[in-house]
Design a protein around this ligand. Sequence first.
Ligand code: FDA
Length: 396
Amino acid sequence: MDFDTLIIGAGAAGLICAAQAPGKCLVIDHAKAAGEKIRISGGGRCNFTNLYASAENYISRNPHFAKSALARYTQWDFIDWVARSGIAYHEKTLGQLFCDGSAKEIVAMLLKGVAEAGGQLQLNTSVQSVSTKEGGYTIQLIGPQGPRAVTAHNLVVASGGKPIPKMGATDFALRLAQQFGIPVTETYAGLVPFTFSGAQQEAFKSISGVAAPARLQTNGTAFEEAVLFTHRGLSGPAALQVSSYWSPGEVLTLGLLPEEALRRTVREAKETEGRKSPLTILTRLLPARLVPLVLQDLVLPERIADLTAAQLDHLTERLTQWQLTPAGTEGYRTAEVMVGGVDTAALSSKTMRAKNQPGLYFIGECVDVTGWLGGYNFQWAWSSGWVAGQAIKAGL
Ligand code: FDA
């Protein structure tokens, strides 16, 4: 064999795996630079993990699958590596850790790890075909030096998911899984803004740029974070989080205010400043540009003192449970993650190795384990990549 291990994809999962894998290891990537998604992540500062990461922060057909890898290589293990590498970081919010400086420091740390482990990196190289060979795999590559067939005992698929095709994202891992009879679950764009159509889109467009803290819910799952109105629809952390749980046609329930706070404010206003309009009163609780839009089709009196019990109920319903039906999402063009992927039922949760295929591993985003917004997806890439690297180490 030419190599002990060949890794397809020099992204987060592939690079950490290569930094663990001993022996002759080659990492190939069709992009012209390694770790491009790391570089652009977190607005260039990479939200590289989350202090509170656990299996509950992941969506998968098997919600228990991620537990083993996340427990064996935790956020603390990665934070330790970051700190030992002298990379300064901070917690932004909700346990989300970002570099103080640049995401490029994380890429450099990983590349140093690969070099120290003796791994080779070959960019601008794609895979034309993969076939089995006794005791391993033959991989037909095409790179800057033209076509070349290489053999390897272990083949690690770390080619990521479908988001941002402009950056070279492909469904390669899903196709390769199918070639080996490994099932793939339904995939769709997650952590992605919602789009609306018609009058609703026009309304949101008119307040594009307005953000508000909210509770957004779909399908029984709710997130309390900010929403951002955009010229196409709804974005912001709460919308991105909920998008991973949404199916086309389903309703979103937007809560802009807690019911108790709203009713208290109205009660007090009726008593002490009854001549003011409901709009004026609500502007104290919500962004001024948002209030007329939320209230536009409600019948309300001019003076808050004249608000009837039925009108208050309508107002409460609108502000605590506004029912919105998106036209769709922005899709893989802007999504941060692919939901679904290689079916975990076909993989070992301890090693990420395919149960039916010796030496074949799937790690990172291509697997049906999808994290929430907030550093969870990188943590899955680190944990799954690390356990695969350890399994290879143990087997060599
Ligand atoms: P990744 O996509 O990193 O790597 C796959 C590699 O395979 C790429 O280098 C690609 O070029 C290569 N490849 C693909 N197909 C190939 C083929 N056919 N042949 C050869 N090479 C191929 N997550 C998080 O936790 N915190 C954050 O701050 C962010 N921010 C963020 C911003 C944006 C804009 C996006 C799009 C995504 C994020 N994410 C994130 C998600 C995170 O980037 C993602 O989950 C990880 O990069 C997944 O790591 P992988 O190694 O699995 O795939």
